[in-house]
Each structure stands twice: as structure tokens, then as C-alpha cells.
Design a protein around this ligand. Structure first.
Ligand SMILES: [Fe+2]
Ligand SMILES: [Fe+2]
Length: 181
């Protein structure tokens, strides 16, 4: 029996360095990026639009919620608005890392977004609208995670972290709807 040939786990270092230099202008997108970058950027831009719409909706609610039970909800809406803003920033940064352009254009924002923008007139309507939007976000992120999982672990991880937050948001809205402020 001869010595078994070892399959190297990593491409040898010289080859890695050569490939890194080859496409320096492409930033974080190396030749090892197995995904379709354009499609990845397009997908992330739909998530970015969704987050921006969520920021606007929660900010509106944080200001406009009225009524005797509105205080805890207003606080929650303001917190969520800040979380969604953070998600938007992280998605935009990832798009830029992948060599794409984050689409912040207000024109067409709603048609790019997964969720709708609904004001809601009463506190109850606001809570319901937010819960619906969060549930849509949860489903979209789950799907996107599956799409990125085989070829882009960094984006997958980012989306998983955002998804975790959206699940908390949905639970917060559900809780307020059930009167557990
Ligand atoms: Fe979000
Ligand atoms: Fe959310």
C-alpha cells in the first residue's frame, strides 16, 4: 500500500495570492465567488428597498400612533425603525462589497420592495400592518438564505442575522396585538 495522496483542503497559497491580485478592482468578489454577482446584487437590492420601506412605515407609526395604549407601541415602533435602518445599511454595504451599487432611488422604491407601505389609521391597524410586513420579510429572507447558502456564506450569515431580528419584530407586534406590551 502506497502513501495515500492528500487532497489539499485549501488551494495553495501562491495560487490564492495570484488570483487575489488578478481582480483587485473587484474588491471582495474573488474568483472563488461561485455565485452570480449581478443576480446577488439585484436580490440584495430588493431586500434593501424592503428595509427602507419598513424604516418609513415604522417612523410614521412612531410619530402618529395615538391613544391611551400607544406609548409602549410608539417606543417599539421607534426601536424597529432604527433596526430596519441598520439592516438597510448593512445590506447596502454588502452590495457595495460585491461590486454593486445600492439602489437608494426613491423612484420605484415600492415596486422593488417585498412589502407594501401601509399607514394604518388606528393603533390596531398599524400593529396589523407591521405584523404582515414582518411576516413577508421573514419569508423573503428565508428564501434568500437558501439561494445564497451554497455559494456565499458571508451574505448568508448577514441575512440570517437580519432574519433573526425580523422574527423578534414579528413577535413584538404579535405581543402588542395580544396586549402583552
Ligand atoms: Fe429589517
Ligand atoms: Fe423588521
Amino acid at each position: 500500500m502506497g502513501t495515500p495522496t492528500k487532497t489539499p483542503f485549501l488551494t495553495d497559497v501562491t495560487e490564492l495570492r495570484r488570483r487575489a491580485r488578478e481582480h483587485m478592482e473587484r474588491g471582495a468578489v474573488t474568483a472563488g465567488y461561485a455565485g452570480d454577482v449581478d443576480q446577488a446584487v439585484a436580490l440584495l437590492n430588493t431586500a434593501l428597498a424592503t428595509e427602507i420601506v419598513c424604516v418609513l412605515r415604522y417612523q410614521y407609526h412612531a410619530i402618529m400612533a395615538t391613544g391611551i395604549h400607544s406609548e409602549p407601541a410608539k417606543r417599539e415602533f421607534a426601536e424597529h425603525a432604527a433596526d430596519e435602518q441598520e439592516h438597510a445599511t448593512r445590506l447596502a454595504e454588502r452590495i457595495s462589497q460585491l461590486g454593486g451599487k445600492p439602489d437608494m432611488n426613491p423612484e420605484g422604491l415600492l415596486s422593488r420592495s417585498h412589502s407594501e407601505y401601509a399607514n394604518g389609521d388606528t393603533l390596531l391597524e398599524m400593529l396589523r400592518e407591521n405584523l404582515v410586513a414582518e411576516r413577508i420579510a421573514i419569508d423573503s429572507y428565508r428564501e434568500m438564505i437558501q439561494w445564497f447558502a451554497p455559494h456565499d456564506p458571508t451574505t448568508r450569515k448577514l441575512l440570517e442575522e437580519i432574519l433573526e431580528k425580523e422574527e423578534e419584530h414579528a413577535d413584538d407586534m404579535h405581543g402588542l396585538l395580544q396586549g402583552r406590551g
